[in-house]
Design a protein. Structure first.
Length: 647
């Protein structure tokens, strides 16, 4: 069933066309990802769909009773309200229904013979159940917890929340309202990896229809079944997730370009033949030339496929090489606050980074990842532990909030203030490589979008010549195309990079190692994101297995005292050792089963050979050997299955 459709949808601001001639439909249950570079018109499309703005041409059709929920990049919360007051607004109809049920129940108790009251009570209770009245409190607690809002946040005023916390709260409120059409504008900003995985699972089972604007390619791959791309003011629909879209788009552009080039070659060949016929000067050839010209004029000429609207050109270079040892930390610890309000961010952080490595740091929001980067640069002092910086190490820092930019400067002034030796012409040429063209260089930094500030910060970083880059969420405000250019530049960078990121596509492409920061220290994973996710699951399973075999699982009947950091580290090490033992044993069993299977196959070939087929004694002996091997194989398989369950 179609829940939304658009015909010839067009929006123009002044002389700037944003979207033109968009035709599309959305089916019930669709999961649609909307992609396009920054400024392409993605948010404009959402505002047209929700009626926030009116189209200049065309129409949008949707049922009048369709409930639409829209997560904007800015929320509508009242600053003086508490978190729980804003959430309770969602459930006011249910609370009113509860009041009606209680009042009607009292009336039914007073007049037990009045069947009309009992009938009304039954209807009210049925409505309450159908609208989730018996489960909404547990759902509210579950979704708030998943967005990192425990009971300690409930009485906090909205105005005291950070921008990231407000975004997460807006998402939680929207999910709790359960609209028929759920529209999300950049929902993954400010979510850590655990929250992202939870949101993917939630959306996969969501009963309504979902439309998502996002630059998170990993999230789109796991959350959508269709992609709308806005490029060159036009909307194109593709079936499949992001990876399928990217491949289909590449194939389509290549096919269009081949068709255009083939037609151009044929046109050039025909024009050359016409020219040569005319040069001959004979009446017969002149008539043939005229005939060919008429046919050529009637050809439906293909337009050259439109390319991208310009790509950033980034290359990070180092002015000189660092020593082989770049950064070393030992037993780092950092806390904030005093007295009973003192909170430990992390403890016992040991890191050893060598020249040329690309290291990514992950961890829950608020764990202290940005603080750790500032300690590495020696802008902050640890409470204990030490940092050793290697020979000839120079740092280049990317701040996710772009707080290092001066908002009162123009773009050109911001660059000239740092790099005074460049002429205006040279600097404008460099800014052009980062898509600041013409009058863009005179825009105030404070008026730039998040993506434009990100590009400006990257240009400053590129020109800095540092051999060690410390990057705090560098892809947060980038569109997909800019991310891909940035990733390629970073992969080619000969120096060292330490990057905080929750962009799983980025984490799957860039790092040599992933370091997970926890309150107890650093856990190292020698690989990219998929390896990290697999091993993290394995370690958690190993801990669970250790708890089961050691009888240390907490129960409500036998509460245990909170473990110290040292005891937690000891238990974690035991769990990791047990998990490694299980992995080694499983690998040995797999090798043994492979060897047995090869031996059985060899013996079976012997049994089927002409020499053995007539010798009953040989056949009996071979059959006995095969039986013994199969028993060994079954025993190994049973042990492997037991270990797999524990794994």
């Amino acid at each position: 069933m179609i829940v939304l459709s658009a015909s010839n949808l067009t929006k123009v601001y002044g002389t700037d066309t944003i979207i033109t001639g968009a035709d599309f439909h959305v089916n019930s249950g669709d999961r649609i990802g909307i992609v396009g570079r920054n400024g392409a018109g993605k948010t404009t499309l959402l505002n047209l769909i929700t009626g926030e703005i009116a189209s200049d041409e065309g129409r949008i059709y949707m049922p009048s009773d369709l409930r639409v929920g829209y997560l904007k990049q800015r929320d509508d919360f009242q600053g003086e309200n508490t978190l729980i007051e804003e959430i309770n607004k969602i459930f006011e109809p249910l609370k009113e229904l509860e009041t009606q049920i209680n009042t009607t129940a009292d009336m039914a108790a007073a007049h037990p013979q009045d069947l009309s009251i009992l009938h009304r009570l039954d209807n009210l209770q049925q409505q309450y159940e159908n609208r989730g009245g018996y489960t909404y409190r547990s759902e509210m607690t579950g979704i708030l917890n998943s967005m990192a809002f425990g009971p300690e946040f409930y009485d906090k005023k909205i105005k005291t929340l950070s921008g990231g916390e407000r975004t997460r709260l807006a998402l939680a409120a929207l999910l709790l309202s359960k609209p028929d059409l759920l529209i999300l504008d950049e929902p993954t900003n400010h979510l850590d990896i655990g929250m992202l995985k939870w949101l993917e699972q939630y959306l996969s089972s969501y009963k309504g229809t979902v439309m998502i604007v996002s630059h998170d390619r990993y999230f789109l791959d796991r959350s959508v079944n269709r992609v709308f791309e806005i490029e060159n003011h036009r909307l194109t629909s593709y079936e499949g997730n992001y990876t399928a879209f990217a491949e289909k788009k590449r194939q389509l552009r290549e096919a269009q370009l081949r068709a255009y080039e083939n037609q151009q070659r044929e046109i050039a060949r025909q024009e050359d033949m016409i020219r040569r016929m005319k040069e001959r000067g004979t009446e017969h050839l002149a008539k043939r030339a005229q005939s060919r010209e008429k046919r050529l004029e009637m050809v439906d000429r293909l337009e050259k496929p439109e390319g991208g609207e310009g790509r950033m050109k980034i290359s990070f270079k180092q002015d000189f090489q660092s020593g082989s040892d770049v950064l070393f930390t030992e037993n780092l610890s950092k806390s904030f606050g005093t007295g009973i309000n003192r909170r430990t961010l992390f403890d016992n952080v040991d890191i050893d980074i060598k020249r040329g490595e690309k290291i990514c740091i992950v961890g829950q929001n608020g764990i202290g990842k940005t603080t750790l980067l500032k300690i590495l640069m020696q802008e902050l002092n640890p409470d204990k532990g030490r940092v050793k910086i290697g020979h000839n190490v120079t740092f280049g820092y990317y701040d996710q909030g772009q707080m290092l930019l001066n908002p009162s400067n123009t773009v050109l002034e911001e660059m000239k203030e740092t790099y005074r030796l460049y002429t205006d012409t040279q600097m404008r040429s460099l800014l052009g490589r980062f898509l600041f063209r013409g009058g863009d260089v005179f825009l105030k930094v404070g008026d730039l979008s998040g993506g434009e500030k990100a590009r400006l910060s990257l240009l400053k970083l590129m020109l800095g010549g540092a051999n060690t880059l410390l990057l705090d969420e560098p892809t947060n405000h980038m569109d997909i195309e800019s991310k891909e250019v940035f990733e390629d530049a970073l992969a080619d960078f000969p120096g060292t990079a330490v990057i905080i990121s929750h962009d799983r596509y980025f984490l799957q492409k860039i790092p040599d190692r992933i370091l997970e920061l926890t309150p107890e220290g650093i856990t190292e994973y020698l690989g990219k994101y998929d390896y990290y996710a697999e091993k993290k699951t394995s370690i958690e399973s190993g801990k669970k297995y250790l708890e089961e075999i050691s009888g240390k699982r907490n129960t409500a009947a036998e509460p245990q005292k909170e473990l110290s950091s040292e005891e937690r580290r000891r238990i974690n090490k035991q769990a990791e050792a047990e998990q490694r033992r299980i992995m080694r044993r499983r690998e040995a069993l797999e090798n043994e089963m492979s060897r047995i299977e090869e031996e059985i196959s060899h013996l079976e070939k012997q049994m089927s050979s002409p020499e053995s087929s007539s010798d009953y004694q040989v056949l009996a002996r071979l059959g006995e050997q095969i039986g013994e091997l199969r028993e060994k194989h079954d025993n190994a398989m049973e042990e492997w299955i037991e270990l797999d369950d524990a794994f």
